[in-house]
Every structure is written in structure tokens, then in C-alpha cells.
Design a protein around this ligand. Structure first.
Ligand code: DGY
Length: 320
């Protein structure tokens, strides 16, 4: 008999095919976001669960979880939707999908950098609404990217990939990371030993840190005020790292020229003010949304579950 696998969201076709080959699958056919109770109902006879970003895998979830479940594999590198301490207490293994989102996410950070700086959202809206009045010297003037200073908070794989692309734009890269990178990984970037020391150097600031108790709400008025006037904020990390009210105030006052955001607190119910601000360039959490990357993520997630079911070490295991 095949083990039972509950899957909370629809997956790329090749990944669903592979799941059906090895498991008796309980699928959320309609792909609606599921509540805690709905996931528990889907997984009532399961041996493993494959969850995704935004699923509420919290302490209450683990309290109600049948003891038969050995592993929860998330189709994501981020694990902020999972209470890792509660998982450990319940003896449930958690797996994630690191290392395969790097290029796709760095590419989307660059789409945001360029889109926010060059007012791509406003420009596209003019074309779509037939309100373009033609070329003129003062039309929709943006911020030059080439040659500017880019600050990066969180110089892991994705931060480094963003920095690598910045070199093609002749940018000066500055970064903060909990530990300084070895010189061969720094590639000429300037290290700052605190975020406060980094901020005055950031004409662009790109966030690449996870959402943790330490980083949640970190980008607030105090931090934003330390950026040079006219700076541009880019977020492809997690929405709740930013205090929305404070960012919206900085965008309205003109202290920030623009923000490029792919992630939001409370997705998909974002702070409504972002929608009406002309100086935001907004995407619906598309960082990893390429066919290649989503297949690689699904492969990692199923590799984690297969290993657990075989009693082997889970290759991409996350601990509290
Ligand atoms: C992740 O894997 O955590 C990403 O946010 C998905 O794009």
C-alpha cells in the first residue's frame, strides 16, 4: 500500500504526476487557500503533508495533528508559516526547498529595481488606459540605476545573486549580514557591521532576510529616515519585515522615491494604500514563479518526503 500524502495546493503537472506515482494523494483540487481545520481534514489519514507559503501551520495546527504524520514538507524555502518549535515538540520533521530559488528571485528583485526606478507600472498603465500624450522631455522622469549605490540586507545566496547582477549596472554594492562574507564571495562589496551603518550608503535598499522575531517590522520610520532622500526600497523577502504604515508614509512624503514590492504582510490582502500610490511597483509574490524553479522546488519537496518515508535522512531538513 502506498503511503498517504496530503497536498494543500496544486503543484506543477510533472510534480503532481510524480506524487501520484509514489503516494495515495489527497489533493486540494480547487486550489483555494485552506484554513487550519481544512488542512487537518485533508490530512486526517495522511503519513505526510506537502504545504505551501501562507498555510497556517501553527501551534494549534500541531496540537490537533494526527500522530501518524511524520513529515511536513513545504514547497518553499521560507518556513515562517510553520511553528518549528511546535513541530519539534510533536516530533514532526520539517523540510524545505533551499538553493533552487536563487536566480529566479534575484531576477525579480532586479525587475523591481528597474520597474520602481523607471516608473514602469505608471508607464504601462498609461499605455493600457490610452492616456499617453506622446514623447516629451519632462514625461515620467525616473531615477537612473546605472552607477548608483545598492545596499543589501542579508547577503545569503539570493543577496549575492542580486549583487552579482548589480555589477553589470556598474553599481557600488554595500551590505549588512550577520557575518561578513569571505573576500571571494564579497566580490568587492563593502561590508557594514550594522544596518544603521549601511543605510546612509543605500540609494537602493534590497531586503533579503527571512521573517523572524528579530526582523518582523524592522523596516520602520526610524530605519527609513536613515536612508538618503530619494532612496528606493525593494522587498522580495517577506512582507512583514516592513511596517506598512511607516513605508506608506515615507512614500507619500517623498522621502522615498519609490518602492518595488513582491511580498506583503497578510498576502493577498495587502495594505490598500499601496494600490493607489503612483510610486509603488507591485508584483503578487512572483519571486520563484518560473517553470524551472517551481519544478525544482517540487522535486526538493518530494525528495524530502521520499527520504522520510524510506527512513533515510531528509536532505533539506529545517530545525527550530
Ligand atoms: C519561498 O520559497 O519562501 C518563496 O517566498 C516562494 O516564492
Amino acid at each position: 500500500m502506498k503511503p498517504v500524502l496530503a497536498i494543500t495546493r496544486r503543484l506543477p503537472a510533472d510534480i503532481e504526476t510524480r506524487a501520484h506515482e509514489s503516494y495515495d494523494v489527497r489533493l486540494n483540487e480547487n486550489d483555494n487557500p485552506l484554513t487550519r481545520e481544512e488542512i487537518l481534514a485533508l490530512a486526517q489519514d495522511a503519513d505526510a503533508i506537502l504545504v505551501s507559503v501562507g498555510d497556517p501551520i501553527d501551534r494549534d495546527f500541531f496540537q490537533a495533528l494526527p500522530t501518524k504524520i511524520k513529515i511536513i514538507a513545504t514547497f518553499s524555502v521560507g518556513t515562517d508559516h510553520i511553528d518549528l518549535a511546535a513541530a519539534a515538540q510533536k516530533g514532526v520533521i520539517i523540510g524545505n526547498t533551499p538553493g533552487v530559488l536563487t536566480d529566479a528571485t534575484a531576477d525579480i528583485a532586479w525587475l523591481l529595481i528597474l520597474g520602481a526606478a523607471r516608473r514602469a507600472g505608471e508607464g504601462e498603465a498609461e499605455i493600457r488606459t490610452a492616456s499617453w500624450r506622446g514623447w516629451r522631455p519632462t514625461h515620467m522622469i525616473g531615477t537612473q540605476v546605472t552607477g548608483k549605490k545598492l545596499g543589501i540586507i542579508g547577503m545569503g545566496r539570493i543577496g549575492q545573486a542580486v549583487a552579482k547582477r548589480a555589477r553589470g549596472f556598474d553599481m557600488e554594492v554595500h551590505y549588512f549580514n550577520r557575518t561578513r562574507l569571505p573576500a571571494d564571495q564579497e566580490n568587492g562589496a563593502t561590508y557594514h557591521d550594522s544596518i544603521n551603518a549601511l543605510l546612509p550608503h543605500c540609494q537602493f535598499l534590497s531586503l533579503h532576510c527571512p521573517s523572524t522575531a528579530e526582523t518582523r517590522g524592522m523596516v520602520n520610520t526610524t530605519l527609513l529616515q536613515k536612508l538618503p532622500k530619494g532612496a528606493i526600497l525593494i522587498n522580495t523577502a517577506r512582507g512583514d519585515v516592513v511596517n506598512d504604515t511607516d513605508l506608506i508614509t515615507a512614500l507619500k512624503s517623498g522621502h522615498l522615491a519609490a518602492a518595488g514590492l513582491d511580498v506583503f504582510a497578510g498576502e493577498p490582502n495587502i495594505a490598500p494604500a499601496y494600490r493607489n500610490l503612483p510610486n509603488t511597483f507591485l508584483l503578487p509574490h512572483l519571486g520563484s514563479a518560473t517553470a524551472e524553479t517551481r519544478t525544482a522546488m517540487g522535486t526538493r519537496a518530494l525528495d524530502n518526503i521520499d527520504a522520510c518515508m524510506a527512513g533515510a535522512d531528509v536532505p533539506f531538513r529545517v530545525t527550530a
